[in-house]
Design a protein around this ligand. Structure first.
Ligand code: AHR
Length: 544
């Protein structure tokens, strides 16, 4: 194999030093010799299930620097997309290629009146951000409404993402929500469709997914109420919204992290109460468990700055909380959906360390990217019941992309997203890693895997969660024949909490190599080393 990015097998051997027959680059020379975690990865020929792209959603909200000063930075540069979006941010969003974008919140949605955000920008009212102003002007800045419905939908069109809208249940009415549906989806001959045409968009946008309120059981939410009260409200909203467009998919609020009413049966009440009207059920989860106490602990422990092993493993351990929560919701939707299983939309998920600062602008590390890749593998495995998922958020506030007047860059979490959206196939294959568990976490294997396929291309996503030890991976294709050349993409860094920054936007990056798998003699297994705290995608063609 030739070409600039091509590494021959011999060169690979030399790079990775003695030991396992190596496919993947060795860790940098400066590191002391380490033990290797032995892992067998078995990949079957049969597909487990299809993988919907809608698992790669993102979320944006009027909070902190997510929109104001992030996505919408009007006047900052002469040539901005729509007059407010930095071109470099547009490219960054395109590069992670989100399948879905959810808007305008989040908590903001339950205090938002959409008519404030249409028409000529200079005439739109300035409002107090009802959801977030109580946490101060950095988190809830004054809302000038210059980024509204049309700006959002144009951004989706420009990035190829499918829009999702959350209507205001907390302080809005069914009629207001139905009018929003008509503005967005009605023909130009309807009252609100005509208004949209007047604003420059004669063709309906055809938005399919609509959330009916957000986290409405939490005492933090505007207009919060009990699940039993909510199901009545939901039915009224559903009737009105479906009159405006019978084709919309409606998503009621389900369980979210424990700031709720204390009702242990939220999902049951909502599933039974909304019946046939629910197309999906919205669930949210953040870890470490979001609380002021935890914020203090994690900020004081300076999680972001240090690479302390125990803190690293604390973060990996939160994967268990995520899995337990989602598995609980899966059990509930299987048990309580009347006559079918209502699919889940995990439309907010991420790490959230510092309660206040992360709402303004977060900056995720490689460790967090390793965590994100583990979550995406988990979602792959559960795709039939969790076909929709949105990482929170897209820009700045809990954002995988950082963008402000100083510059724009992808955090390692966004790099992982990009790795998956670029390479994940259309179906999941059965794959299993026989791996030792992580230190301190008896239920978390050190190596996590998911194998996907599109046509004859197999993409294997491998996450080595071990803090300090490479994984010695033995690949065992079962009934599959792999061709002898492949492509390897790898996200690694010597430092587990390595970050990117404006001066060093590629401190952590995706390394891209063509590789020869000459050592692969069908059907015998082949082996390679995967660096500690790294994420890799190996794409190989299969033979008939
Ligand atoms: O993403 C920030 C907030 O987290 C969202 O507004 C809310 O839905 C969740 O509590």
């Amino acid at each position: 194999m030739s070409g600039k990015n091509t590494i021959s097998r011999r060169r690979f051997m030399a790079l990775s030093g003695a030991g396992a027959s190596p496919l993947i680059m060795a860790a940098p020379k400066a590191l002391p010799a380490r033990k290797t975690v032995p892992v067998s990865v078995r990949i079957g020929k049969e597909a487990a299930h299809p993988l919907p792209r809608t698992q790669y959603g993102c979320f944006i909200e009027h909070v902190g620097k997510a929109i104001k000063g992030g996505i919408w930075a009007e006047g900052e540069e002469p040539d901005m997309f729509m007059g407010g979006v930095r071109r470099e941010l547009l490219s960054a969003i395109r590069s992670i290629n989100p399948a879905l974008i959810r808007y305008p919140g989040g908590c903001f949605a339950d205090g938002y009146h959409w008519k404030d955000g249409i028409g000529p920008r200079s005439e739109r009212p300035v409002r107090i951000n009802r959801a977030w102003a109580k946490l101060g002007p950095r988190i809830g800045p004054l809302e000038d409404n210059h980024f509204g419905t049309d700006e959002f939908l144009e951004l989706c069109e420009a990035t190829g993402a499918e829009p999702m809208i959350t209507v205001n249940v907390g302080s809005g009415t069914p009629q207001e929500a139905a009018e929003w549906v008509e503005y967005v989806n009605g023909s130009a001959s309807t009252g609100w469709g005509a208004e949209r045409a007047k604003n420059g968009h004669p063709a309906p946008y055809g938005v399919k997914y609509w959330f009916v309120g957000n986290e409405i059981f939490g005492v933090h939410e505007i207009g919060h109420r009990s699940p039993a009260e909510y199901v009545k409200t939901f039915r009224e909203f559903a009737r009105a919204m479906r009159r405006a467009d019978p084709g919309v998919k409606l998503i009621p609020v389900g369980d979210h992290f424990p700031l709720g009413t204390g009702d242990p049966d939220i999902n049951r009440t909502v599933l039974e109460g909304t019946g046939e009207d629910a197309d999906l059920l919205s669930i949210h989860q953040y870890v470490p468990r979001m609380s002021f106490a935890n914020s203090l602990r994690y900020s004081a422990g300076n999680l972001h700055q240090t690479g302390r092993e125990s803190v690293y493993y604390d973060v990996m351990g939160t994967l268990r909380h995520m899995e337990e929560f989602v598995n609980k919701c899966i059990r509930e939707t299987r048990t309580y959906s009347p006559g079918r299983t209502v699919p889940l939309a995990l439309d907010e998920w991420n790490l959230w360390f510092d309660y206040l600062e992360d709402l303004v602008q977060a900056n995720y590390t490689l460790r967090d990217g390793v965590w994100t890749a583990s979550m995406l593998n988990f979602l792959h495995r559960n795709a039939p019941v969790v076909p929709v998922a949105n990482i929170t958020q897209m820009v700045n506030c809990l954002g995988v992309i950082v963008s402000d007047k100083h510059g724009t860059f992808l955090t390692p979490s966004a790099l992982v997203y990009r790795l998956y959206t670029e390479n994940a196939g259309e179906e999941l294959l059965h794959a299993r890693a026989d791996s030792p568990v992580l230190p301190h976490h008896s239920q978390l294997p050190a190596l996590d895997v998911s194998a996907t396929r599109s046509g004859d291309t197999l993409s294997l996503f491998l996450v080595n969660r071990h803090y300090s030890e490479p994984a010695g991976v033995k690949l065992v294709p079962e009934g599959l024949k792999l061709k002898s050349a492949g492509e390897l993409r790898l996200i690694r860094h010597r430092e587990p909490v390595a970050k990117n920054s404006v001066p060093n936007p590629e401190n952590v990056k995706i390394e891209n190599k063509k590789v020869e798998l000459a050592s692969l003699k069908h059907p015998s297994p082949f082996s390679f080393n995967l660096p500690p705290h790294s994420v890799a995608c190996l794409s190989v063609k299969t033979e008939e």
